[in-house]
Unconditional design. Structure first.
Length: 599
């Protein structure tokens, strides 16, 4: 009898635990699943989560490049997707249907890429894990702040995982050698230069040593004196005994064993690797949200280059340019080289130039947007470690305003900084570009995965579209600023040509460099910087132009359809109003909005 009673008690308890799940509505099940899916993704990739505004795991560094961990990650995504398919669409509100669609797309896209061995290419010079962790060392990155003891301890905990990451990277690189999956030679050369610095045992030269300087007496005001002493001892021991030796092992293998194999590659693009053509086609679909082939995108890029060149030729006389505005870089090369466009002497001069443009932009934004982010925007210089290879970029602040969004201006040489480029760059990286889109998204009441992720074509497409708003803001009445915007636009069009050329059509690196110099007017150093970026990040550069073209087409559709009823601020609020999404999903959403406005 006791066994029966105990069995009934267990059954009753089990049914009680199951009851909430059985009784949950489809909306509640979706909300729970969305939360769990994002939490899993953030734990599998805490650096990605941090850069997208989720700072809960700032003390963690996942070994996501380990094959077993990678398999566990994608198994989890398959489980989430199966669970999602069990939630009936018909019982969801329009808002929840969008959430379901976006979660399904996010999981499906990641699983589509899972069959390609990106973990065998862990080193590149743009965003490898050692480089990112070193960038935090000086305390300049708000996403990994170093002001208080808990913040320093979180960073220290991350650093202690780096040696294991380095050893796993060596294993992956060995497997890549065996399978013929080897990084491009120029990308490896740049990576080795960085690794050599990061593996330097002299902590006065090693970029990681910057943290020790933050811990010198009186430097960091948020620390008690004894805390600074304790932390300095812990950091120095960790760097000398763990981090530097781990990086030295990785650097030695990369130099002696890996680099010779990379140097033997005859074609640098992804398409030349085993399975690389299929790999690149999937990357293109992921980065552009289209089903266009690389060849079709290449041809679109050539057409866009031709269209923009015609506009450059029309603009040249207004700037007093004499000669062929398109030959040998023409007008664009002249703008980069002529001293009248390079008035700066110091880094601070350049920053003040950007801040002056922002002061003109900010008061006018209410005309173009019904909603603006609460998070403030700051303009800072790129940290020294990455200054030579970085492009200008934006990092997200915090929704409560405690950390600002930051436009990082890459200023390798203030004397070479060119004023025509600055207006479009500010609009793109600052406001109303990345800052508006990303900060507004972070402030929205959305499921976590929607607040902290986004389609590349949407995010970069919006920022490139934002550059064109200089016309509405009156900034391009200055022909030099307009020339700078055209320069930026032709760069994005040329990316469609060189990225597909390198990765799908077998272009050698030198051909891409020569084309870049001819079309954009860049000198060789700038061209090399750009081409090696596209080799390091296949397909990423396609999202800008492809996304911007879609948003521009939607605006034209809305203007034509609505006529006098069209309001630009309302259109912008609709584009930004649900956060980032694949641009094909955005297309359907905006067309439905336009149709509703007609009634």
């Amino acid at each position: 009898m006791k066994l029966i009673r105990d069995g009934l008690a267990v059954l009753t308890l089990a049914l009680g635990l199951l009851q909430p799940a059985l009784a949950a509505t489809p909306a509640e099940r979706l909300a729970d699943l969305a939360t769990r899916a994002w939490d899993a993704q953030a734990r599998f990739d805490p650096l990605l989560a941090m850069f997208n505004g989720d700072y809960r795991f700032n003390d963690q560094l996942a070994l996501s490049l380990a094959p077993a961990e990678r398999a566990r990650r994608f198994d989890a995504y398959r489980g989430f997707l199966k669970e999602l398919h069990g939630i009936p669409v018909a019982d969801l509100s329009p808002s929840d249907r969008l959430t379901r669609e976006l979660l399904e797309r996010l999981l499906s896209d990641q699983l589509a890429l899972s069959r390609f061995p990106d973990h065998l290419l862990p080193l590149e010079h743009m965003s490898s894990v050692p480089l990112l962790l070193a960038m935090f060392a000086g305390g300049q990155m708000e996403s990994q702040p170093l002001r208080t003891r808990p913040e320093f301890e979180a960073y220290l905990k991350r650093l202690r995982v780096l040696p294991a990451w380095c050893d796993q990277a060596v294993l992956n690189l060995r497997e890549g050698l065996a399978r013929g999956i080897v990084q491009s030679p120029s990308v490896m050369e740049a990576s080795l230069q960085q690794l050599t610095r990061l593996a330097d045992p002299d902590l006065t030269r090693n970029p990681f040593g910057a943290t020790l300087r933050l811990l010198e007496p009186g430097v960091t005001s948020g620390l008690a004196a004894q805390d600074a002493i304790d932390l300095a001892r812990a950091f120095e021991q960790t760097l000398r005994e763990q981090v530097v030796p781990g990086l030295q092992r990785l650097q030695a293998f990369a130099q002696a064993d890996y680099m010779p194999a990379a140097a033997r590659r005859t074609s640098p693009g992804l398409g030349s690797l085993p399975g690389g053509q299929d790999w690149y086609r999937q990357v293109v679909r992921d980065q552009t949200n289209t089903t266009l082939t690389p060849q079709a995108i290449h041809e679109l890029g050539l057409r866009e280059v031709g269209r923009i060149q015609q506009e450059i030729a029309r603009l040249a006389p207004r700037l007093g340019f004499e000669g062929d505005p398109l030959r040998d870089g023409g007008l664009l090369a002249w703008l980069q080289a002529d001293a009248r466009w390079r008035p700066f002497k110091t880094e601070e001069d350049v920053l003040q130039g950007y801040r002056a443009i922002n002061a003109r932009v900010e008061p006018q934004l209410p005309r173009l947007f019904g909603r603006q982010p609460r998070t403030p925007l700051e303009i800072r210089a790129e940290p020294e470690l990455t200054r030579a290879t970085a492009s200008p970029h934006y990092t997200l602040g915090k929704a409560d305003g405690s950390l600002p969004g930051v436009f990082w201006a890459a200023i390798p040489d203030p004397l070479a900084a060119s004023t025509p480029d600055m207006t479009a760059l500010l609009l793109h990286e600052g406001q109303p570009g990345h800052h508006f889109q990303l900060a507004l998204q972070q402030e929205m009441t959305l499921p976590s995965f929607r607040r902290h992720t986004g389609s590349n074509a949407y995010v970069e497409g919006w920022a490139l579209y934002a550059e064109t708003l200089g016309h509405e803001l009156g900034l391009y009445d200055d022909p030099a600023a307009y020339a700078g915007q055209l320069n930026g636009e032709i760069v994005r069009a040329a990316r469609l040509v060189v990225d597909t050329g390198l990765h799908a059509m077998g272009w050698p690196r030198e051909r891409a460099i020569a084309y870049w110099m001819e079309i954009t007017g860049a000198n060789r150093a700038l061209a090399v910087n750009q081409i090696d970026r596209y080799l390091a990040w296949p397909g990423q550069a396609l999202g800008y132009k492809m996304g911007a073209l879609r948003i521009q087409a939607l605006r034209q559709h809305a203007e034509k359809t609505l006529g006098k009823k069209f309001r630009l601020a309302e259109f912008h609020d609709q584009v930004l109003g649900e956060g980032a999404m694949p641009v094909d999903v955005l297309d359907r959403r905006i067309r439905r909005w336009v149709a509703a406005q007609q009634r």
